[in-house]
Design a protein around this ligand. Structure first.
Ligand SMILES: [Zn+2]
Length: 97
């Protein structure tokens, strides 16, 4: 079953005059973030479904690159059919790749 992953990655804030990354590089960084998180999740959750409801988890990945501090803040949001499966998904998510 394909893992359902949605991304919401964006850049915020004004670019400082001495910015470390230019706008093209920021787009590339967002793209590579998307790829690496996506492939990591697909690898971990390829065959993971709820034992009770046979449903796969759904992920929403929000990421904001803050121009002012030049840092990326990533948040994982997980939707599952039930609480028990959510706990299992969180355990798998927290395991090292
Ligand atoms: Zn379930």
């Amino acid at each position: 079953m394909a893992v359902d992953i949605e991304f919401d990655l964006r850049v915020e804030g004004d670019e400082p005059p001495d910015a470390f990354l230019d706008s093209r590089e920021r787009q590339l960084m967002l793209e590579s973030t998307r790829r690496s998180i996506g492939s990591g999740l697909r690898r971990k959750f390829e065959s993971v479904v709820c034992e009770e409801h046979a449903e796969a988890p759904r992920f929403t990945i929000s990421g904001v690159y803050d121009n002012a501090i030049e840092e990326m803040d990533i948040q994982y949001h997980v939707d599952t059919c039930c609480q028990g499966f959510l706990l299992r998904v969180m355990r798998i998510l927290n395991q090292r790749a």
